[in-house]
Design a protein around this ligand. Structure first.
Ligand SMILES: Cc1ncc(COP(=O)(O)O)c(C=O)c1O
Length: 387
């Protein structure tokens, strides 16, 4: 059976070049990067080359990159590394659970957290961030690209506000890295997290940019790895893979390769909206990353459509992977003002480098009939039709 994967915001396949780059680090080059003998020196040099590649993708110095186990750890290290009891933190209502739940935990340890809202397009208003500042504000944590809608937040404006107020600014760029250019100095952020498996490197590796001079309280105690910012023997193969993925991502961004992805994404939207009634794109009036679209199909349950499409060979999602199976509608879509039924009727299509125009054609051949079939079974649809 043909299978097409349009759930690249959940995870991406490792690119063959990335796999080839990491492979020798499981076998021939197995040294511990902290060892002083030949084997250690060899892996240390490779880890430092990977650090240079990640730094080049983000526009920072190599020494400002801390390798982590992924986006969740980077977000946690940024937040718990800085915020203390009595501090005030500003975040938003549409963050990934890695930030949302970290902020919840902060509250239980004596921090105050303000969550700024988003408008109907899914955008934070920088003025809301400015208004939320107080004498104890220590950190602003607002994501760069939303994982469910792909909406890009005004991080450069927020960065300016943070700099003027002399408050730390962290941005979760897990869904932005490799999809849009990132320059930490333009954003004026102090911390920025990325994750390997969202950009065609393996699961379980990531990086946190930490601006020079920013002192983080470590989350784990042990050796002085990563300049004492993250103890523990490095995941060398994962780091080599992240370095290679960063190199490929930068090359693709530099030569405008992602325009093709936006064309495929737009084709999905245009054809679905033209062929299927009572549909629309969530966040279509906002700037977005080129690979993501979130579409509502009124009168159906998104989960049912995910299953129906999966049975025909198309993998999509109702939103964040970690919330699938949950009955609650997406916190992102409800924060944008969607009624719960419409939020539950929404599906995310997210493309990756491996996807082709032919796969888009295949997907589009399945969706209208799958939606029509589910609507035939839906009492809500029939009631709406008879009005
Ligand atoms: C925006 C965002 N932040 C953080 C994460 C967590 O990253 P990881 O899976 O590498 O822990 C994800 C993963 O879905 C994400 O989409």
């Amino acid at each position: 059976m043909r299978r097409v994967y349009f759930d690249n915001n959940a995870t991406t396949p490792v690119l063959p070049e990335v796999f080839e780059a990491m492979r020798p680090y499981f076998t021939e080059h197995f040294g511990n990067a902290s060892s002083i003998h030949h084997h250690g020196q060899e892996t240390r040099a490779a880890v430092e080359r990977a650090r240079e590649s990640v730094a080049a993708l983000l526009g920072c110095r190599a020494s400002e990159i801390v390798f982590t186990s992924g986006g969740t750890e980077g977000d946690n290290l940024a937040i718990f590394g800085l915020a203390r009891a009595g501090d005030h933190v500003i975040s938003s209502t549409i963050e990934h659970h890695a930030v949302l739940n970290s902020c919840k935990r902060l509250e239980s340890t004596g921090c105050e957290v303000t969550r700024v809202p988003v408008d109907g397009r899914g955008l934070v208003d920088p003025d809301d961030v400015r208004r939320a500042l107080g004498p104890n504000t220590r950190l602003i944590s607002i994501m760069m690209a939303n994982n469910e809608t792909g909406v890009l937040q005004p991080v450069e404006e927020i960065g300016k506000i943070a700099a003027e107020a002399e408050v730390y600014f962290h941005t979760d760029a897990v869904q932005a890295a490799g999809k849009v250019p990132i320059d930490v100095n333009r954003i004026a952020c102090d911390l920025l997290s990325i994750s390997g498996h969202k950009m065609h490197a393996p699961q379980g590796v990531g990086a946190l940019y930490v601006r020079k001079g920013t002192i983080l309280q470590p989350m784990a105690y042990g050796g002085s790895h990563e300049r004492s910012r993250r103890a523990g023997t490095e995941n060398v193969p994962g780091i080599i893979a992240l370095g290679k993925a960063a190199e490929l991502a930068k090359a693709a961004l530099d030569c405008g390769d992602l325009a093709q992805m936006a064309v495929m994404r737009d084709r999905i939207e245009q054809q679905i909206l033209a062929e299927v009634e009572a549909t629309g794109v969530n966040g279509d009036d906002a700037p977005r990353v080129p690979n993501t679209t979130n579409i509502y199909f009124d009168y159906i349950e998104g989960e049912a459509l995910v299953i129906a499409l999966d049975l025909k060979g198309l993998a999509v999602s109702t939103g964040a992977a970690c919330s699938s199976g949950a009955i609650a509608p997406s916190h992102v879509l409800t924060a944008m003002g969607l009624p719960p039924e419409r939020a539950r009727a929404s599906l995310r299509f997210s493309l990756g480098k491996q996807n082709t125009a032919d796969e888009v054609k295949f997907a589009l051949s399945l969706i209208p009939s799958a939606v029509a079939h589910l609507r035939q079974l839906s009492p809500v649809y029939h009631t709406a039709q008879s009005r």
